[in-house]
Design a protein around this ligand. Structure first.
Ligand SMILES: [Zn+2]
Length: 170
């Protein structure tokens, strides 16, 4: 099916809200018969992980950020690697701040736009390893709760929608 968009029509990146010229979009996907355009591969990946969170009709889309502050313990990496990694993470969509001092990396981000799993993947790609043990378990727990939080944001338990009546008040 041919998309019926004007060549210069702009679409809104449903993940970050950036205006994207649909005809020039290099990152797009279809979901439930609708075409969505994204500013970056990262936003497209976020969308694919949780499409129902972003693909709701625009008038009811909740754009409130879900701010996260994580304290990550660096296991092994030289200073230059850590600095380069911080720079790469800072360039990611949704990352508000990254700061490393000694063995600790502080990352602030909006969970709607980026997850700890994505931040970790970039760090691993640059050669930074994080501490295992209890810290590893904590990171696994954060990733688990982030996935739940995104799921809840996509399907607010108290909200009514077309296929589910509002909860009964007793
Ligand atoms: Zn985007």
């Amino acid at each position: 099916m041919k998309p019926m968009t004007h060549p210069t029509a702009t679409a809104r990146d449903p993940v970050c809200g950036t205006a994207v010229v649909a005809a020039e979009s290099r990152h797009s996907t279809t979901y439930r018969g609708m075409t969505f355009h994204f500013c970056s591969a990262q936003c497209l990946e976020r969308f694919r992980q949780e499409p129902s969170l972003y693909a709701t009709p625009t008038q009811v889309v909740d754009h409130r950020p879900l701010p996260k502050h994580r304290r990550l313990r660096i296991l092994s990496a030289d200073a230059a690697t850590v600095e380069r990694t911080c720079r790469r993470i800072r360039e990611m969509m949704g990352v508000a701040a990254v700061e490393a001092s000694g063995e600790v990396m502080l990352v602030e981000y909006d969970l709607r736009q980026v997850t700890l799993g994505q931040v970790e993947a970039v760090a691993f790609g640059e050669g930074v390893r994080f501490l295992g043990g209890l810290h590893g378990l904590r990171r696994a727990w954060w990733k688990f709760t982030e996935s739940n939080e995104l799921g809840n944001a996509a399907h607010p338990a108290s909200g009514a929608c077309c296929s589910r009546p509002p909860p009964r008040v007793r």
